[in-house]
Design a binder for this molecule. Structure first.
Ligand code: SF4
Ligand code: SF4
Ligand code: FES
Length: 259
């Protein structure tokens, strides 16, 4: 029988309310998704009143302030705090991005913070990226050279090096893949924009000797052609990259390659 309601334990409940204790007149309400699988309880939204007079400018600063001063139980990933490692990717004010580079001033009203969409959640704001990293591994993201005689640096022309621009900067934060409707529904088969951009990065690397094999590997109805050029991925990328274009380039190469 078709189930038309969400299962009881998937419903997000209203959570705890943490009232300001500083007496600040400059407060913002921050609503944070909370879920701890070990409790067996439903996910909930906790609300924190945060003193903005003593808070630096980014969403990550708010989370750090909550963790350090209000509620140490909150879980999220972060490392570099400079938009380099990709670990703090989450959904803020309805948009995917990096908490360490997203200014809270860009969000009007209450600030809603959720994990990246359509991922299983490990805890609170930590999405489960195991599947995405398995897919990343599947495209073998390392230089492949069959020449046993290579003992020194492989020289690239400036033109060949320039082909990597727009691809090498990807930090695998997954903001693009988790904003892609095709990936939401088919993430077990479709590689998604983050992994396909990485595949492209190795396909166009002039030093790599497995170009044909790499192309053949992604030439698949489900792995590649589930991209319907919706472009959510490109608008979600916090590094200003264009994974949709890279996917289109792979499709173009396949159309002309003899594979
Ligand atoms: S362009 Fe392709 S990869 Fe990007 S959001 Fe659309 S379907 Fe997904
Ligand atoms: S393309 Fe952009 S959004 Fe996607 S994983 Fe790379 S850096 Fe993140
Ligand atoms: S903490 Fe490294 S990108 Fe945000």
């Amino acid at each position: 029988m078709v189930q038309i309601n969400l299962p009881e334990n998937s419903q997000v409940k209203k959570g705890k309310y943490f009232k300001d204790k500083t007496g600040s007149l400059n407060l913002r309400k921050v609503n944070v998704y909370r879920w701890d699988p070990s409790t067996g309880e439903n996910p909930r939204i906790d609300t924190y009143e945060v003193d903005m007079d003593n808070c630096p400018s980014k969403i990550l600063d708010i989370l750090n302030k909550i963790k350090n001063e209000i509620d140490p139980t909150i879980a999220y990933r972060r490392s570099c705090a400079h938009g380099v490692c990709g670990s703090c990717a989450m959904n803020m004010g309805g948009k995917n991005g990096l908490a360490c580079t997203k200014p809270h001033a860009e969000i009007d009203g209450d600030i809603d913070i959720y994990p990246l969409p359509h991922l299983k959640v490990k805890k609170d704001l930590i999405g489960d990226l195991d599947g995405l990293y398995k897919q990343y591994e599947s495209i073998e993201p390392w230089l492949k050279s069959n020449s046993e005689s290579v003992t020194q640096e492989i020289i690239q022309s400036k033109e060949d090096r320039a082909k990597l621009d727009g691809a090498y900067e990807c930090i695998m934060c997954a903001c693009c893949s988790t904003s892609c409707p095709s990936y939401w529904w088919n993430s077990d088969k479709y590689l998604g924009p983050a992994v396909l951009l990485q595949a492209y990065r190795w396909i166009v690397d002039s030093r790599d000797e497995e170009r044909q094999a790499r192309l053949k590997k992604v030439a698949d109805e489900l792995k590649l052609y589930r991209c319907h050029t919706i472009l959510n991925c490109t608008s979600a990328c916090p590094k200003g990259l264009n994974p949709a274009k890279a996917i289109a380039e792979i499709k173009k190469m396949l159309a002309t390659a003899n594979i």
